[in-house]
Design a protein around this ligand. Structure first.
Ligand code: ATP
Length: 455
């Protein structure tokens, strides 16, 4: 596949064809910037979240999970600076009235003044606040204004004291949250990359200001570890040290992790040192003290914060782009027929994130003895590897292709040798297409080893 657009088109088409991702409100013509996840997309997301919890939260005694409300008191956004400043530069074409984010128009100074769609003259730049505004309660006045949160982070800062009072943590400690965020993006684009409703996985890690650098370095390494966990190719991930002029005024250091998407090198995640900005602002605005008392040094201070921030949907997209592969493979040789090579599409997903780890088939669908045995084997595997599929639709070649397209690493087939000679089952490897015969008694152990202990 030569053209980059072709690869994105192929990925979007596969997502729809196989049930990963659909356009939001599709039967009504869609709603720009929204996407609905189907069964395999949802499973992929679930697996990514689990990998994230495994690396950053589970088993860490100083990490506290929260699940804060999406609607928050409007004062939260005044304190955080979003009400006044969460805005992008908007320009509108005087001719076709299309709107663009000024900083995303590509080209030289002259091109940037022209509409990318019709070449018409662009109007003056103005600020556009990206928060979705709504009203809480029956009365619609200024006091009832609320917003769909544009980030999950603030839900953690406002619960800082609750965690201190109920969990009694010692610094350094973190709060972690996965949840929806909403941004009225001027120009949603590039499939899941820039949407108006998306999910974030964020950590606010509170530290003694004298020791911020060691925690920053810790998360820098852990974030790379996480990308490896979900199977992203390390050479496609780049660290960008954000220069001071592009950082928020309170941030002493920010690193963006960028990924080589087919449409360019773009931000995947961010790691920011936010100082004491957030807790200080909320303390000032709410008049509630948000300081920490250090028993050892007998000092009281406002902790500083390191924020690793992950976009879940951007992770899904990066994983799909990384895994999408086309090759040529011989179809399964049927007796008496010539093997012919066919174009094949498959997702080279890491078993940790693959929606199904294993699929089980009877060789033929009209042989009750094969079906009975296959169902029995499926039940045994499924007890230990819950994300296992059973399929007896269509012919065996089609079933392999389907599992290839959804990224299932291993397919188990029950054939006549299984039942007539007790000669085990075949296990087919997604990437090489090679089959191995495995004795029934060894099957579970073999599968577990091949998928690396994930299930
Ligand atoms: P960008 O510059 O691309 O708009 P950002 O710097 O505003 O992103 P952050 O505010 O740092 O993004 O948000 C943290 C993470 O949330 C991003 O690294 C990204 O993974 C994700 N994210 C942000 N905006 C969107 C969006 N519109 N759609 C999908 N994911 C998003």
């Amino acid at each position: 596949m030569d053209k980059k657009e072709d690869k994105m088109d192929a990925i979007v088409a596969l997502c729809k064809r196989r049930g990963f991702v659909f356009q939001g409100s599709e039967i009504y013509g869609g709603l720009a910037g929204t996407w609905d996840y189907g069964p395999f997309g949802e499973a992929l997301k679930w697996n990514i979240k689990e990998a994230w919890y495994r690396r950053f939260v589970w088993g860490k005694r100083n990490m506290f999970k929260v699940d804060a409300a999406i609607l928050m008191n409007q004062k939260v956004w005044q304190a955080s600076g979003h009400a006044a400043g969460f805005a992008d530069p908007l320009v509108e074409c005087k001719k076709c009235k299309h709107r663009f984010r000024a900083d995303q128009i590509e080209g030289d100074a002259a091109t940037k003044k022209k509409c990318p769609d019709c070449g018409g003259e662009l109007g003056a730049e103005r600020k556009f606040n990206m928060m979705f505004e709504t009203h809480v309660g029956a009365i619609q006045d200024d006091s009832s204004i609320s917003y769909l949160r544009p980030e999950t982070a603030q839900g953690m800062f406002v619960n800082f004291k609750n965690i201190l009072d109920t969990q009694h943590p010692r610094l350094p400690f973190g709060m972690a949250q996965i949840g929806k965020a909403f941004r009225n993006e001027i120009a949603p684009r590039d499939f899941l990359f820039r949407s108006r409703e998306f999910e974030q996985m964020e950590i606010e890690y509170f530290v003694n200001p004298k020791k911020w650098e060691e925690s920053f370095e810790y998360f820098r390494t852990e974030m790379k570890g996480f990308m490896n966990d979900v199977g992203l190719t390390a050479s496609k991930v780049h660290e960008l040290e954000v220069p001071e002029s592009d950082r928020a005024h309170y941030s002493k250091r920010t690193i963006d992790f960028e990924y080589d998407f087919p449409f360019g090198k773009k931000e995947l995640y961010g790691l920011a040192y936010r100082g004491d900005f957030d807790l200080k602002q909320h303390s000032d605005f709410s008049k509630v003290g948000l300081s920490y008392y250090d028993e050892e040094t007998k000092e009281r201070f406002i902790p500083h914060c390191i924020e690793p921030s992950f976009g879940l949907d951007r992770t899904v997209l990066a994983i799909l782009c990384d895994a999408y592969t086309e090759d040529e493979m011989g179809s399964v040789k049927e007796e008496g027929k010539e093997e012919k090579k066919e174009k094949r599409v498959y997702l080279r997903l890491h078993p940790r994130v693959a929606p199904y780890k294993v699929a089980v088939f009877p060789l033929l669908r009209n042989k009750p003895e094969l079906i009975k045995k296959a169902e029995e084997i499926f039940k045994t595997i499924q007890k230990e590897i819950p994300m296992t599929d059973y399929d007896d639709n269509g012919n065996i070649g089609k079933r392999y292709r389907r599992q290839d397209e959804i990224g299932t690493p291993l397919c188990v087939t029950v054939d006549f040798e299984t039942i007539e000679k007790g000669n085990g089952v075949t296990v087919r490897d997604r990437d090489s297409g090679k089959q191995e015969r495995v004795a029934e008694a060894d099957l579970l152990g073999y599968l577990k080893e091949r998928i690396g202990g994930v299930n």
